[in-house]
Design a protein around this ligand. Structure first.
Ligand SMILES: N[C@@H](CCC(=O)N[C@@H](CS)C(=O)NCC(=O)O)C(=O)O
Length: 261
């Protein structure tokens, strides 16, 4: 099968999507940790490998793949068993294009909007971000996903594909701030139902673990708490320890890097 190495930090939604798929396909992968909140992605050796210094990065023999969506496609292409019941990456052209369409949506709309929001918190603290603006953009993305789900049961068809795996890791991250359940009755019933189905997957705990790490670190750096039951985050004055100051310095670095993209 050739050697597979995944550079990762599971605070990252696109990393988590690859980890979910790797578990589903039961692949033997060597994991190399890149500590994002300590600037590990800026180490020379890693930049030599991936000039865009992002995780996930997959090395498969001579191939270096630096985008999660392509990693998902590649792993399915190479390792998904050729079975009718396993169509995470379908063969039929039209179905495949629908999957790609949603992967590109994840990349260019959902992840981008989520990343702009979280990068703002990391750069300047929660109090500095334009919450109504981000809320409008992210809730609009929920509504877009709700529209896709009116067409079929999963994001790209009536069965689960890598588009669902990619979307759920970012969506669950956005959900920390803007709970989908709040709009379950009226605005996003289908999205809420789809999210529950995805959370019931046997591998979902992998996403939950990274998500929890991200929640803790973003709350500490941003000096706030994500909401628990209400839609509104509560600002919370926190005492800054040395650890926080150090993380903020590194996080500023990360924020600058993301801003330049
Ligand atoms: N479109 C890329 C996005 C990857 C990405 O932006 N990863 C972030 C973490 S979520 C990262 O590594 N940021 C570090 C940096 O930009 O220096 C993918 O899906 O793989």
């Amino acid at each position: 099968m050739g050697k597979l190495v995944l550079y990762y930090d599971d605070v990252s939604p696109p990393v988590r999507s690859c980890m979910l798929l790797i578990k589903m396909l039961e692949l033997d992968v060597e994991y190399k940790f890149v500590d994002l909140f300590r600037g590990g992605q800026l180490d020379k050796a890693f930049i030599d490998l991936n000039p865009n210094h992002t995780v996930p990065t997959l090395v498969h023999d001579e191939l270096v793949i630096t985008d999660s969506h392509l990693i998902l496609m590649h792993l399915c292409e190479k390792f998904e068993k050729d079975s009718e019941s396993e169509k995470l990456w379908p063969q039929e052209y039209g179905e495949r294009i629908r999957v790609m369409n949603m992967l590109f949506f994840e990349c260019s709309v959902l992840f981008r909007r989520d990343s702009e929001f979280l990068s703002g918190i990391v750069r300047g603290g929660f109090a500095s971000v334009d919450l109504p603006l981000h809320e409008r953009k992210l809730l609009e993305a929920y509504s877009m996903l709700e529209s896709y789900l009116r067409r079929h049961k999963y994001m790209a068809g009536d069965y689960m594909t890598i588009a669902d795996i990619s979307i759920v890791t970012t969506l669950s991250t956005v959900n920390l701030m803007f709970p989908i359940a709040v709009g379950a009755a009226d605005k996003w019933p289908l999205l809420n139902d789809w999210f529950a189905r995805m959370q019931a997957l046997p591998v979902y705990h992998i996403n939950q673990t990274g998500l929890e790490k991200l929640r803790v670190v973003i709350e500490r750096i941003g000096r706030f708490k994500f909401p628990t039951t209400s839609e509104t985050a509560k600002l919370e004055a926190k005492t800054e320890g040395e650890d926080v100051a150090e993380e903020q310095a590194d996080a500023k670095n990360l924020g600058n890097v993301e801003e330049n993209k």
